[in-house]
Design a protein around this ligand. Structure first.
Ligand code: IYR
Length: 234
């Protein structure tokens, strides 16, 4: 049996007065609802330290057995971005011309996407998120990871929120298959490319599809005692 971690007091927890909690919850919801996926980026540089802080925020995510099964590769080097663009466009050409079903193409049509991915060179940063399907101990043994896909998904959500909070826009890009990411970025075979998150400032003339989010009553079900029925004005 492994030894348990020593426990300590959670000094970092902050408890707010209920009025503050309401305000914080509402303001965060409003901030997140302003987030949009964009496909036209400015080439204006973004300081590395901002990206580093956002990745550190992503690394605060919970994970199965705290294995933290993720690796974030942040690319700003022009030559590497070009290689990623060339490889991704090749996969995408194949996707749009052969692999995608008509049903899938029809679902994508309103977004106006195609196999041209200039943003992979224009945007200042490409954040390649890798999922470690298993870990490697210091003596080279395989260590099992639990719920790695869910864990990396959660961390990626935090990363997107952190970048948005910092004032950056993102595009969740999933050229598929993405195995080329391992070759270009020199990642080992236990790492599966999960997502390519493009980030930077939006282009001045950026346009976004006029889509909406489902209202709360379509995405949430509350199962409560009568005392927690919604009360007017709260
Ligand atoms: N990976 C392709 C296709 C694509 C698929 C989905 I699902 C999207 O929401 C958007 C695009 C591309 O990036 O064009």
């Amino acid at each position: 049996m492994a030894e348990s971690y020593p426990n300590r007091t959670w000094h970092e927890y902050r408890r707010y007065p209920e009025a503050d909690m309401r305000k914080r919850a509402r303001e965060f919801q409003q901030e997140m609802s302003r987030r949009r996926t964009i496909r036209d980026f400015s080439d204006r540089p973004v300081p590395r330290s901002i990206i580093a802080d956002c990745i550190a925020a992503a690394g605060s995510a919970p994970s199965g057995a705290n294995m933290q099964p993720w690796c974030f590769v942040a690319v700003s080097e022009a030559g590497v971005k070009r290689k990623i663009r060339v490889a991704a466009e090749e996969e995408e050409r194949h996707f749009y011309e052969h692999r995608a079903s008509q049903q899938w193409l029809d679902a994508l049509a309103p977004l106006g996407t195609d196999d041209s991915k200039p943003f992979l060179e224009t945007a200042p940063w490409l954040l390649a998120v890798f999922e470690e399907r298993w870990g490697v101990t210091p003596d080279g043994e395989r260590r099992k990871h639990y719920y790695p896909t869910e864990s990396v998904g959660i961390a990626t959500g935090l990363l997107i929120a952190a970048l948005h909070h910092a004032g950056l826009a993102t595009l969740t890009h999933t050229p598929s298959p993405m195995k080329f990411m391992n070759h270009i970025l020199g990642r080992p075979s236990n790492e599966r490319p999960f997502l390519l998150l493009v980030t930077g400032y939006p282009a001045d003339d950026v346009q976004v599809p006029d889509i909406s989010r489902k209202p709360l009553d379509e995405i949430a079900v509350f199962v409560t005692d009568p005392s927690e029925r919604p009360q007017p004005g709260r």
